[in-house]
Design a binder for this molecule. Structure first.
Ligand code: ADP
Length: 378
C-alpha cells in the first residue's frame, strides 16, 4: 500500500490555481495543516463567509484531485472562514434587514437529513458538568418518547463513550466504508470522535481539523431519523466553538453552569457566543447547584446557590432547572450508567426530565427552527 505524505498532497495541490489567478492554492496560503490517517486525508481551505459559495467548486475540485492520488481512500476538504486576530465577529441582529454594505453572516451548513432539531449543550469552561448534562438530557428526551441521537463534538476530551459505557469502533454501514453506523445504548444513537482516535490524538487537533472531523461525524454517520440530536460541544467560547456554532444548523443551545461567580461569567460568554451567530439560547441549567447530605438530609449550598437563576432572569434567558451535586451522579456517570437510564425513579432523573420537557417545548413551539441554510461543507 502506498503511504501518502503531506508533501505528496502539497505537490498535487500546487497544481491547482488559486481563485484570484495569483499562483496556486498552496502559495496563496489557502491550505491549512494537512492531517493524514492511513488512507484518509483531511484539511481545510480558507475562505471568507462572502466567498464561501463560489469557493465550493474549488473545494470540490481540490477534493477530487486528492482523492485521485494513489493510496488515498478518502479525502475530506472543508471550507473554513477564519477570523483575523482582533477582528470583530460579524454579527447581524435578527430584526435588522441585511444591507448591501454590511458583511453577510456566515452560512450555517445544511440540515442533517432525518434529524428535526440539533441542540448544542455548551459551557463557558470545562468541568462544570456539560457532558453529564448532555447525556442525561438526551436520555431524558428519550424517556419522553422522542427519538434521540447524540453527537459528541467535544473533540478535546470526548467523554461520551465512557458516559454511555461504550467501547469499540463503529462499523462501516456500506461495502465502500463511506458511512459509519452509530453506536446505540439505552435507546439512543451515539457518535463520538472518541470511538475513532485515541484521546491524546484528538487533543492536538487545530481549528479547521476539528470542523472537518465533526462535519464527517455529523454527515457520514448513518443516523436513524430522530426528533432531536444533542450535541456535546467542546467547552469554552473560543474560535473553534464559535465556528462550530456558526456552521452547524442548530435549532438552539443549552448552557450549563455551576453557581460560582466565575462559571457564571463564563456562561455569559457562552450566551454571547450563540447570540453572535443567531442561535437561540433555550436556557441555562445550573449544575452542582446544591448538595443534599446523605447523613443529615440537609441541603447544603456549597457554591452559593441561585446565581444561575438570577443571572438568567437578569439577561432574559429561561432558567431550565438546578441539578444537585450528588455522588451517585458522578459514580454512575463515570461507570457508564447515567442516572436517567439506570435510576429512572430517582430525583435526578425527574429533574433532567423536567429540563428535557422545557427544551422540547421550546423546540416545538417554533421560532427555534431555522430555514435550511446554504451549503458550505459536506
Ligand atoms: P464537563 O463536560 O463540563 O467537562 P463533566 O460532565 O465531564 O464536565 O463533569 C465533570 C465531573 O463532574 C465528572 O466526574 C462528573 O461525573 C462530575 N459531575 C457532573 N455533574 C455532577 C453532579 N450533578 N453531581 C456530581 N458530580 C457531577
Amino acid at each position: 500500500m502506498t503511504t501518502i505524505t503531506q508533501d505528496d498532497v502539497l505537490s498535487v495541490l500546487k497544481r491547482i490555481a488559486a481563485p484570484d489567478g495569483r499562483g496556486n492554492v498552496v502559495s496563496a496560503g489557502l491550505v491549512s495543516d494537512i492531517a493524514i490517517e492511513g488512507g484518509k486525508v483531511m484539511f481545510a481551505l480558507t475562505t471568507t463567509p462572502q466567498h464561501a459559495r463560489s469557493m465550493e467548486s474549488l473545494r470540490d475540485a481540490v477534493e477530487k484531485a486528492v482523492r485521485a492520488m494513489p493510496g488515498v481512500e478518502k479525502a475530506m476538504v472543508a471550507l473554513t472562514a477564519e477570523r483575523a486576530a482582533g477582528q470583530p465577529q460579524q454579527s447581524q441582529p435578527q430584526q435588522s434587514q441585511p444591507q448591501q454594505s454590511q458583511p453577510q453572516p456566515a452560512p450555517r451548513g445544511t440540515a442533517v437529513p432525518g434529524i428535526r432539531h440539533l441542540v448544542a449543550v455548551a459551557s463557558g469552561k470545562g468541568g462544570v458538568g456539560k457532558s453529564t448534562t448532555a447525556v442525561n438530557l438526551a436520555l431524558a428526551l428519550h424517556a419522553l418518547g422522542l427519538k434521540v441521537a447524540v453527537l459528541d463534538a467535544d473533540v478535546y476530551g470526548p467523554s461520551m463513550p465512557k458516559l454511555f459505557g461504550l467501547t469499540g469502533k463503529p462499523e462501516a454501514s456500506d461495502a465502500q466504508g463511506k458511512k459509519m453506523k452509530p453506536m446505540t445504548r439505552y435507546g439512543v444513537e451515539l457518535m463520538s470522535i472518541g470511538f475513532l482516535v485515541p484521546e491524546d490524538t484528538a487533543m492536538i487537533w487545530r481549528g479547521p481539523m476539528v470542523m472537518s472531523a465533526l462535519t464527517q461525524l455529523l454527515r457520514e454517520t448513518e443516523w436513524s431519523p430522530a426528533d432531536v440530536m444533542v450535541i456535546d460541544m467542546p467547552p469554552g467560547t473560543g474560535d473553534v466553538q464559535l465556528t462550530l456554532a456558526q456552521q452547524t444548523p442548530l435549532s438552539g443551545a443549552v448552557i450549563v453552569s455551576t453557581p460560582q461567580d466565575l462559571a457564571l461569567i463564563d456562561a455569559r460568554k457562552g450566551l454571547n457566543m450563540f447570540r453572535k451567530v443567531n442561535v437561540p439560547v433555550i436556557g441555562i441549567v445550573e449544575n452542582m447547584s446544591y448538595f443534599v447530605c446523605t447523613k443529615c438530609g440537609e441541603r447544603h449550598e456549597i457554591f452559593g446557590h441561585g446565581g444561575a437563576r438570577e443571572e438568567a432572569d437578569r439577561i432574559g434567558v429561561p432558567f431550565l432547572g438546578e441539578i444537585p451535586l450528588d455522588r451517585e451522579v458522578r459514580l454512575r456517570s463515570d461507570s457508564g450508567e447515567p442516572v436517567v437510564a439506570t435510576q429512572p425513579g430517582g430525583l435526578h432523573a425527574a429533574l433532567y426530565r423536567d429540563v428535557a420537557r422545557q427544551v422540547w417545548a421550546a423546540l416545538e413551539k417554533g421560532g427555534l427552527a431555522r430555514p435550511a441554510p446554504r451549503i458550505v461543507m459536506e
